[in-house]
Design a protein around this ligand. Sequence first.
Ligand code: SF4
Length: 183
Amino acid sequence: MSMLKKQKTIFLTLREEAEKRGLQIIPLKMREIPVHEGVRLKCLVPLCEFYSVCRVCPPHLPSVSEFRRALTYFSQAFLLVLRHEAVSREEVAKPEIALLQAVQALEKTAWQHGYYRAMGLAVGGCKLCERCAPLNEPCRHPFQARPSPEGLGIDLTLLARRKGLPLAWPPTGEYLLLGMLLL
Ligand code: SF4
């Protein structure tokens, strides 16, 4: 099978899985993914409540330059979009966990189709536990927790807007929860 046909086949498979879970999936070219140290800086200024506390947030992640180099390992990427009605800050964990579970399912589907490099990312500090495990203890759900694209330096807002998604800060109307799948 040609590379192009292979890419189209996995996209159609992933799209079917994504649609079952209410997700939009947008294919990306690797060069379209904007990575910048400034995005990581935004974890620190003003200080995010997840910084250093969440096991899959900075500084427990590779540096932005390491991630930029690591991105060359992957050949395909998809932006994943979960639309949700506006919720309060306290209620955002539920849709973020739904996004994370959908990202995990898509990662698994890709892996089952031979894409052994499949790696999912999901927005937000990890909310699988009410409080993240203390630093001297291991993560409680290491196979489920995934870092956010921003924690790795990806400018998700810029990417989403370039793809025509109406992402507004502060949010107006519905929420767009974003994830990413790298193959
Ligand atoms: S699964 Fe729990 S312990 Fe692991 S990163 Fe998420 S919140 Fe922290």
